[in-house]
Design a protein around this ligand. Structure first.
Ligand code: HXC
Length: 536
C-alpha cells in the first residue's frame, strides 16, 4: 500500500481535502519555515567581518552533521512596544533545539546577534527556559552559545523577568546535567550571571566580552578609562578573574575544545562518564616519577609533566589553564576511565594554596563529585600562601571551601604525595582524614607539620639563641638535617596508617589504576546532612 492509498482509503465524516488544497498547505508551511530561518546576507557579512560566525553557522560547526532538531522556530516577539513586531525578529533572536556531538545528545541554544543584537526579550527567555526544562527531563547536557546585548531595552522589566526564569533553571539543573556556556560576543549586565551559574565558560580571544557594567558606565562611575578587552575580554577572564574556564583562539578552536570537554562528561548525574578503550597499557611504567624523587625537593617543576606521564596516552584536558596556576585541574583517562585531576604546581608560588587556588580546586572537586567522576590528587606544597593580602582577603574563608569540597566528596578519591605535604595544606589536599580512599606517597614525600627549617627555628629557638654567632648556621643545618631525617619523610605517616602505601615510583600508574578499579562500585552518600552549608 502506498501513501496515496492510505490517504484516499481513510474514511471520515468530513470531506477529504482536495489534493490541491493539501499541496497548498504544505507549500505554505514550507514557505513559513524557510522565511523563519532565512537571514540577511548583508547582516551575515557584518557578523562574519567581526571574525564571528552566525548562530546557524555555529550550530552547524558544533553539532554532528544533520543532527539539529529545532524547536519553537516560529516563536514571535511578545511585545509590540517600539513597533517590535514590525521588526520581524526571527524566533525572537534565539535558536533552540537538540543535536548530537560525537553521537551523544545535547540540548543547545544559540543567540542570534543579527536579530536586534541577540537581546533577550520575554519570548526569547521563554524559549531558553523551555529548552532547559526539557534538557533536565531528558537528562542531557545543555550548551548555550551566547552573543547578546543583554536585556532587550524595549521590553523593559519583562526581559529582566526572563533572566530570572533562566537563572532559576540554571540552579535547578546544577549538579543534574552538565551546563556549558560558550560566550561568543558580548555578554553584559546581569546577563553574565546565567553563564556564571553554569559549570564551564568558554570564551574566544578578541570576540568574547563579559562584564556587569561596560566601559562607558565604568568611566561615568569611577572615571577609569578602560577598553572592552581590558575590562572583560577572554584573556582577562581566563588569567585574572577566573570567570573563563577555557580560552580559544577562534570559534572553530572553541568548538573543538567544547567537544573534547564533553568527551569526559557523563550525560547527567545518574550516569558514569564514558569509558573508552586505550592503546596505553595499564602496566606502563612511569620513570619520570623516579626522577621526581631524585631532584632537590626545593626545585620547582611543571606538574603537567607528571600528569601526562600518568595519564592514558599522555593526554590531559586542562581547565582554568591560565588562572591560579599554582594548582592544576583537569580531566584525563586512566585505564580508559575518566578521572578528574587536582595537582599542586610547584612551578608557581611553590604550589602554595592561596585564595584563588582554593576556589578553583574546590569548585572543580564539587563538579567531579556531582557527576560521579573519581578524583586523583597529586600533592606537592609547602602550605598556605603567607601574607597580609591573603589574610585580609580571606584565605581562611576560601581555604575552607577546599576542605569542605574534599570532605563531602563521595566519589573514589586517590591521593599521591609526591614531595612536600606540610601543615594544614597536607590535610586539605584530600588526606586520609578527609575521607581519602587510598592515600599513597612516593619515597621522596616529606609529610610534616611544617618544613624542617621552620620547625627547628621554633623547636630549638633557645639553643640557637645561645649558640655563638659564627656557629648558628652550622647548628641550624645540623638540626634541620636531623629533623628532616626523622619527620620529613613518608615513613612516620605510613606507620600511623595515614598513608596506605609508599609506592615504587615507576609503578605509580599501575597502582593508581588498580586502586581506582577496586573502587569502581563505591557508592555512598558521605554524610546524612540534608543540605550542607559550604563556606562561600
Ligand atoms: C535592544 C539592542 C540591545 C539591547 C544591542 N541592541 N543591545 N537592542 N536591547 N540590550 C541592538 C542595537 O540597537 C542594534 O540594533 C543591534 O542590536 C546591534 O547593536 P550595535 O550596538 O550596532 O552593535 P555593536 O557595535 O557590536 O555593539 C554591541 C553592544 C552594544 C556592545 C552589545 O549594542 C551595547 O552596548 N548594547 C547595550 C548593552 C547593554 O547595556 N545591555 C543591557 C545590559 S543590562 P540595530 O537595529 O541598529 O541593528 C542587562 C540586565 C540583565 O542585561 C539583568 C538580569 C537580571
Amino acid at each position: 500500500m502506498n501513501d496515496d492509498t492510505i490517504i484516499t482509503s481513510t474514511k471520515t465524516d468530513e470531506e477529504p481535502k482536495g489534493k490541491r488544497e493539501v499541496a497548498a498547505s504544505i507549500k505554505k508551511f514550507r514557505q513559513i519555515y524557510a522565511q523563519a530561518v532565512e537571514s540577511s546576507p548583508e547582516k551575515e557579512r557584518i557578523q562574519n567581518q567581526k571574525g564571528k560566525f552566525t548562530a546557524r553557522q555555529r550550530l552547524s560547526y558544533l553539532l554532528d552533521e544533520n543532527s539539529f532538531f529545532e524547536i519553537r522556530t516560529l516563536v514571535q516577539t511578545a511585545s509590540n512596544d517600539f513597533d517590535l513586531k514590525d521588526k520581524n525578529i526571527k524566533g525572537d533572536g534565539v535558536i533552540t533545539g537538540f543535536g548530537k556531538i560525537n553521537g551523544r545528545d545535547v540540548a543547545i541554544f544559540a543567540q542570534d546577534f543579527m536579530s536586534l543584537g541577540g537581546s533577550l526579550g520575554l519570548a526569547h527567555a521563554k524559549k531558553i527556559a523551555n529548552l532547559m526544562d526539557l534538557a533536565i527531563e531528558a537528562k542531557i547536557p545543555i550548551i548555550g552559545l551566547l552573543d547578546s546585548g543583554g536585556a532587550r531595552i524595549q521590553e523593559g522589566v519583562n526581559s529582566l523577568d526572563g533572566y530570572g526564569e533562566i537563572f532559576y533553571r540554571n540552579v535547578k539543573a546544577s549538579g543534574v546535567i552538565p551546563q556549558i556556556s560558550v560566550v561568543l560576543g558580548p555578554c553584559a549586565g546581569g546577563a553574565v550571571y546565567s553563564p556564571a551559574l553554569t559549570d564551564f565558560i568558554f570564551m574566544v580571544d578578541g570576540i568574547s566580552h563579559m562584564f556587569v557594567t561596560g566601559p562607558n558606565v565604568v568611566k561615568a562611575a569611577t572615571g577609569e578609562d578602560v577598553t572592552f578587552d581590558t575590562l572583560g575580554g577572554a584573556k582577562m577572564h581566563s588569567q585574572k578573574s577566573g570567570v573563563c574556564h577555557v580560552i580559544a583562539n577562534s570559534e572553530q578552536d572553541c568548538f573543538r575544545q567544547v567537544k573534547e570537554l564533553l568527551s569526559f562528561l557523563p550525560q547527567n548525574c545518574y550516569e558514569k562518564a564514558p569509558a573508552t578503550t586505550t592503546i596505553d597499557s595499564v602496566d606502563r611504567q612511569t620513570p619520570l616519577l623516579e626522577k621526581v624523587c631524585e631532584i632537590n625537593p626545593k626545585k620547582p617543576f611543571r606538574i603537567q609533566h607528571i600528569i601526562w606521564e600518568l595519564a592514558d596516552e599522555n593526554k590531559f584536558f586542562e581547565i582554568h589553564r591560565d588562572f591560579a596556576k599554582n594548582i592544576v585541574i583537569g580531566f584525563a583517562k586512566m585505564g580508559g576511565e575518566v578521572v578528574g585531576i587536582v595537582a599542586n604546581n610547584s612551578d608557581v608560588l611553590g604550589g602554595a594554596l592561596d585564595m584563588d587556588a582554593s576556589d578553583k580546586a574546590a569548585r572543580f572537586v564539587r563538579f567531579l563529585n556531582a557527576f560521579n567522576i573519581p578524583i586523583l590528587t597529586l600533592v606537592d606544597l609547602g602550605g598556605y600562601l603567607p601574607g597580609v593580602s591573603q589574610e585580609h582577603g580571606g584565605i581562611i574563608r576560601h581555604g575552607a571551601k577546599l576542605l569542605y569540597a574534599y570532605a563531602e566528596a563521595s566519589v573514589p578519591k586517590i591521593t599521591l604525595v609526591l614531595r612536600k605535604a606540610y601543615g594544614g595544606a597536607y590535610i586539605a589536599m584530600s588526606s586520609k582524614h578527609l575521607g581519602g580512599d587510598f592515600n599513597f606517597a612516593l619515597p621522596s614525600a616529606e609529610i610534616a607539620v611544617m618544613g624542617p627549617r621552620g620547625a627547628i627555628e621554633i623547636l630549638y629557638s633557645k639553643e640557637i639563641k645561645a649558640a655563638p654567632k659564627e656557629k648558628v648556621e652550622e647548628l641550624k643545618e645540623k638540626l634541620t638535617k636531623e629533623y628532616a631525617q626523622k619527620f620529613a619523610s613518608p615513613y612516620q605517616t605510613a606507620a600511623s596508617g595515614s598513608i596506605d602505601e609508599i609506592l615504587e615510583p615507576t609503578f605509580a600508574r599501575q597502582k593508581i589504576i588498580k586502586a581506582f578499579r577496586l573502587l569502581k562500585d563505591k557508592r555512598k552518600p558521605q554524610f546524612n546532612t540534608k543540605k550542607g552549608n559550604i563556606p562561600l
